[in-house]
Design a protein around this ligand. Structure first.
Ligand SMILES: NC(=O)c1ccc[n+]([C@@H]2O[C@H](COP(=O)([O-])OP(=O)(O)OC[C@H]3O[C@@H](n4cnc5c(N)ncnc54)[C@H](OP(=O)(O)O)[C@@H]3O)[C@@H](O)[C@H]2O)c1
Length: 259
């Protein structure tokens, strides 16, 4: 009986030890975590033993994310609309003083193609794209900079796009989206100097064409990569990211993209 109790106590200690180890991996915050690339980031970082703050505009409708959170107590779901500055401040105040190792600015929109036809441009739609893709990541990084600086890894990631590469533009297509991704690259290249002073490295990562709702129109017309593969590659780049490489515009394969 005494030996049995000793084994039980040892097992309890090991279990406690393994959950402490899991928490020690660090904390990741993901925006737009309810579907697509964001949801896959949550899945993979949680599987690696990270605590994940998974944010979504409408958590009540985020069934896949809720199901995932039910299987892992280290996934916390929070409400966040990155185009709403007050919503960002509220969330940052809630996590004030708590280290966040990796902030992943993933949420993004393209804007409807018909609203960005030159000659009939819908400027309200242009604002929506810029607010979500540029102002959102900037405000998130400003609001969470102290939490990231207080962490071990100190990394801010922006899921940008090769569509933001000005030197690659050969035709008039998606000016809102392309403009927003070029702008977010420029904004983060700029603020990387301020963030470097806090020890924070910035990663501007292009996932390549990935099979998500955003690329629904491209299905069957071009090869699309799985979210599983894309996130595995982006996480590998994130893991190796150093302060010396800050604000490098990385392709998913680890090569550098032209501005
Ligand atoms: N898929 C690709 O091929 C590809 C290529 C290059 C770059 N990217 C970039 O990768 C990122 C993720 O894209 P994805 O392919 O996963 O797209 P997706 O499947 O359309 O998912 C977009 C995510 O962003 C969220 N979102 C949109 N506006 C938001 C806001 N104002 N506040 C908070 N969340 C918001 C969406 O939430 P709701 O469900 O509430 O709308 C959704 O969770 C984007 O930045 C995109 O530009 C994707």
């Amino acid at each position: 009986m005494r030996t049995y109790l000793k084994h039980m106590a040892l097992a309890a200690l090991l279990l406690a030890g393994s959950s402490a180890w899991a928490a020690d991996q660090g904390t990741v915050l993901v925006t737009g975590a309810n579907r697509g690339i964001g949801l896959e980031f949550v899945k993979q970082y949680a599987a690696k033993g990270y605590k994940v703050i998974a944010t979504a505009r409408k958590p009540g409708e985020a069934k896949d994310l809720q199901d995932l959170a039910k299987t892992d107590k280290d996934i916390v779901i929070e409400t966040l609309d990155v185009s709403d500055l007050a919503s960002i401040d509220t969330l940052a105040a809630k996590y004030k003083g708590q280290p966040i190792d990796i902030l992943i600015n993933n949420a993004g929109i393209t804007g409807s193609p018909e609203k960005q036809q030159f000659g009939t441009i819908d400027y309200a739609s242009f604002n929506d794209v810029m607010d979500t893709n540029v102002r959102g990541p900037l405000k998130m990084s400003e609001a969470f900079a102290d939490s990231v600086a207080a962490s071990k890894q100190k990394k801010i990631i922006v899921i940008t796009s090769s569509e933001g590469s000005i030197s690659d533009v050969k035709s008039n297509r998606q000016p809102f989206y392309r403009g927003s991704k070029a702008a977010v690259n420029m904004v983060f290249k700029n603020i990387s100097f301020a963030l470097k002073g806090k020890g924070i490295a910035v990663g501007l990562l292009n996932p390549g064409p990935v099979d998500t709702d955003m690329m629904a129109a491209a299905r069957g017309r071009m090869p699309l990569r799985t979210t599983e593969l894309a996130v595995r590659e982006l996480s590998a780049i994130t893991e190796k990211l150093t302060l010396e490489q800050t604000a490098t515009f990385f392709n998913f394969d680890g090569t550098t993209l032209p501005w």
